[in-house]
Design a protein around this ligand. Sequence first.
Ligand SMILES: [Zn+2]
Ligand SMILES: [Zn+2]
Length: 191
Amino acid sequence: MAALAPARYNGNMVIHTHSELRANLPLEDDGAGLPAIPVSQHPVSKFREFLDLKKLKVTGERMKIIEHVFERHNHFEADQLLQSMRDRGMRVSRPTVYRTLSLLVEAGLLRELRFGRRSAYEHNYGYPSHEHLYCEKCGNVVEFVSEELNRLQDEICQKNGFQAEQRQFIIYGTCSACRQKRQTNRKYDLI
Ligand SMILES: [Zn+2]
Ligand SMILES: [Zn+2]
């Protein structure tokens, strides 16, 4: 699968500090999410089931977090989620947010993505499998679905007797808006 791996992603977990995260550009969604796919259960009830199975407590704080996360589809970092909940007057602690996010990943409701050295989350349940374009200049994230990539994955896995669980295909580069800006700046330089 080496050919499919994004150029900058070396597969190692990078633990970063909060100050490093804050220093990074915000993740920006282009607003054009993919159409949701129908699921039999509401994510909240699916999470309740998972917590029961794990013999973990269904706490109000945990429920508030999942409700907030599933209000709309976007890519977010743990600290961004914490901030947006606090902005809305919700009282949640940072450790609970981090712990709940990893439980949501374990439950298959969220998926963790790595945009360079940054860790972001997005819906995995009720959302089609897709790939990403990530702009390193402005942090813009664009989602796309490719049947060709799906076919290629099947072919590669079959050849290697491999059973795929998940994949991450992220293209790093410069989005069209940033490229346009760069071109305009260049034009002004010439005048
Ligand atoms: Zn950009
Ligand atoms: Zn996505």
